[in-house]
Structure formats: C-alpha cells, structure tokens
Design a protein around this ligand. Structure first.
Ligand code: TMP
Length: 235
C-alpha cells in the first residue's frame, strides 16, 4: 500500500490517503509536544516504538472482540488503518488518581479510587481539549447518546483487557486516553493509538513513571522508559 497524499499532520502522527478510499496510512513521528503544543521536542525512536505498541495492543484488543481501525503494520513507523469519521470526543479512563484529576479533586497522585472514572474531553486544539459533560456534547452535536453509551461500554472493556494484559508485564495502568471513529455503516471502532504518549504507565512494584509524564515534567530517561514499555509489552 502506497502513500498518495498527506491529509493531516497532528502533533505525533501524520495521516496519508492511499489508492483505496476506505484505507489510510498512519505514520508515527518522533515529535513530542506537551501543554497543547507549548513544549516541543523529539523523543528518539518514539515513532517506531509507538507504532509497534499500538500494533500489539490493538491486535490484542481485536482478539477480545473490540473493533479497531487497525488493518496491519506496513513498516517500522506506519500502520494501515480504516478511514473513519473521528468522533471529536476523547475518552479518558482513570484507575488511580493522577494528572488533571488529582489536581482538580485535590487527591494525591497514585491514590486509589473506589471505581474507575470515565471522562469526556473535547478534541479541539484551539480550545485546549476541555473537559465535557454529556449536555455539552449534545448542545455542540459532537456525539449522540447512543454513541456515548457505546464508547463508554467499549472504553470500560478496553480498560479491563488492557489493565490485565499490562499487569502481567509488571505495568500499572494508571489512566489513558482513547479516540473512536465511525465507519460508513455507522459502526464505532477504536481509533488513534495506545502508547506511553496517551497512557500513564507506572512500574507495578516501584511506581516509577514509564510514560510521557517523564517528558511533560522533565524527569529524564524518556527514551529508555518508552523502550522499557515496548520490551515488557512484547513479552
Ligand atoms: P490528564 O490527567 O492530563 O487529564 O491526562 C489523562 C490521560 O490522558 C493521561 O493518560 C494522558 C492522556 N492525555 C493525552 O493522551 N493527551 C493529552 O493531550 C492529555 C492532556 C492527556
């Protein structure tokens, strides 16, 4: 499959048209940004690592019955994916308090919660991806009630499968962000990526951060952390 034309360049990925209108090529870049693009750098080998992690994790989820946009991996940094209409609502699932939830509710990072928390965010760089509730989503026509129900059901299932898979590899899934898209028939698929850019992943024993917070918070050893996640996930 060949790249015909770049149709979108995001902060961490590029999307290309192919000769088949139903399929796109998603190229993972080494570029990293934080705080809505204010902090920028490169993380060596991140593109390759994140393409492979998404490939492995989406295949694992597909085996469990989760519909995903992945068709197959075509080279080190590129995935062939279904051409979907992306729903502009990002779904975050949290298993332990961290990041913006810890801040908003005054909780200690890493503290346990009585149940997993699901949140919606507006996929809008201009607005800085604000938190949304259902009423906000409906007044802006971002998704229907039925879409949100399906996305939430899929997100909780993904959380259960992913948490178990990672725990076996000594990785604690603290939280993650996922995106969904619709195919021509209106069926909802998991899209985008699942990587240390979009998840908080801590060592299960030491609680050492092995994700993009090392970049956001300037903790160093960024590339090593991404590589460590790939090594563990491959096992
Ligand atoms: P938060 O605690 O900063 O709201 O982040 C929650 C989760 O979402 C965390 O796993 C990191 C991920 N995330 C993204 O994938 N993209 C983003 O732009 C942000 C802010 C967070």
């Amino acid at each position: 499959m060949k790249k015909v034309k770049m149709i979108y360049e995001g902060k961490a990925k590029k999307l290309y048209k192919t000769y088949n209108d139903d399929q796109l090529i998603c190229e993972f870049k080494d570029d990293a940004t934080a705080f809505n693009g204010e902090k920028k750098d490169e993380i060596k080998n991140k593109g390759e690592i994140n393409a492979e992690l998404t490939n492995i994790l989406f295949k694992m989820l597909a085996k469990k019955g989760i519909k995903t946009h992945l068709i197959n991996k075509i080279n080190k940094t590129d995935l062939l994916v279904k051409n979907l209409d992306i729903i502009p609502v990002e779904v975050v699932i949290r298993n332990k308090a961290a990041g913006s939830l810890a801040k908003r509710l005054g909780k200690e990072e890493g503290s346990k919660m009585a149940q997993p928390v699901l949140e919606f965010y507006y996929k809008s760089d201009e607005l800085g991806d604000p938190l949304l509730n259902k009423n906000h989503i409906f007044i802006e026509n971002l998704a229907t009630e039925k879409d949100l129900e399906k996305m939430s059901e899929m997100a909780f299932k993904i959380n259960r499968y992913l948490k178990k898979y990672l725990a076996k590899r000594n990785i604690d899934l603290i939280d993650f962000k996922i995106e969904f898209g619709k195919d021509k028939k209106g069926k909802i698929h998991l899209a985008d990526e699942i990587t240390p850019d979009t998840c908080r992943l801590w060592d299960i024993n030491t609680q050492k951060k092995l994700d993009k917070d090392r970049f956001r918070r300037e903790l160093g050893e960024i590339e090593g952390a991404y590589q460590e996640i790939l090594n563990r996930v491959r096992n």
